[in-house]
Design a protein around this ligand. Sequence first.
Ligand code: ZN
Length: 414
Amino acid sequence: MIYSLILFIVLLMFSFQEIKKVKNSYARAGIIKTASGEFPTPLYVFAGTDAEVRMLDKKSLKNVKALIANTYHLGIRTKKADDIKKAGGLNKFMNFSGLTITDSGGFQVFSFGFGREHGIGKIGFFPEKNQPIKTDQNLVKITDDGAFFTDEKGRKKFLGPKESVKIQEKIGANIILAFDECTSPFHSYAYTKKSLKRTHAWAKDFLKFKKSKQAAFGIIQGGEFKDLREKSAKFILSLPFKGIAIGGPLGKNKKDMKKILGWLSPILNKRPELPRHLLGIGKPEDIFTGVEKGLDTFDCVIPTREARHGSVYTSLGRIDLHKGEKPEDKNPIEKDCSCPACISKTKKDIKKILKSGSPKEKKEIVKLLTFHNIFWFQNLVEKIRQSILDGNFKEFKEKWLARYNSLKKTKKNA
Ligand SMILES: [Zn+2]
């Protein structure tokens, strides 16, 4: 009896605590408490789309602090969600002790729909031209009930707030995200307004259908329109969510992103007890912007995806190890990095294997690069947190970014 009571309380446990806030800024350090443990913020959440981190072995997975898996991939494209449920949830299924999140599938509705129609591969990667590439590739029909779409195998599927919540409950992550409609940066005010109404109705439905004790986060949409973004923030905050996520288009460049996040900061600041997540954005410079605007957690595919393509992050900028003017470089990727790649390999070794290694050797190298990027981004957010705690976030940011961008400026390469 006592045991089940304790278990019940542990399962219920989810909270956020703001530890320290930067003066005259929204930047803060905090702590997310969940059944999986306590997680200091700012925190980077890596892609665990199919309930695995691609090119990362089980031993290295133990060093990862947070992952986001995908409702569409686990519950619609495959039936893996059923196996995850049988295993006792995502953490047990993956033998993973970090923080787990599942997204709602709303982003896939976008990428199969307007993403294709407007020629945008991924929100967060700003389109190079300020015009949509019009195609007739839209495979989604969005109604007030949800999204009907045709998947890559030509099968008809439906995903709405009820289906999304059911799949996310099967997966059993610590945090689940409300089902929303992600609009495109090329949508008009009228369309975005209509879509927002739907997203808000779905947020209410999502909470109504939710039966589990998982922490549900509501998603703020509203595109690039100030009144819609503000309206969305206020509406989502009025619902009993345990946290807030910011989704959808954040403009056409980094300046727009800063402006849009800035509209939301004073509104979100009224509820300091709610953790705030920025969806799909996570380049180093964007993390600094996000932290400055009061965001706590970030997810992005770039650390793992770019490692698979031979690109690594360093304090002097990103390096493409397939290229470079100095193939004889006998330094590690990052001199003071203690990851297995930096301890055991020089850039010369890595470049040689990427160029002429056997498929097995190449695979092993990509595993090491994946681990380096994860380790590097985790280190970065930890340093940001420390600077907030030490009261020198602004100085740290300026110094760090000047160094990070110095390689680009001098046009040197690795
Ligand atoms: Zn390293």
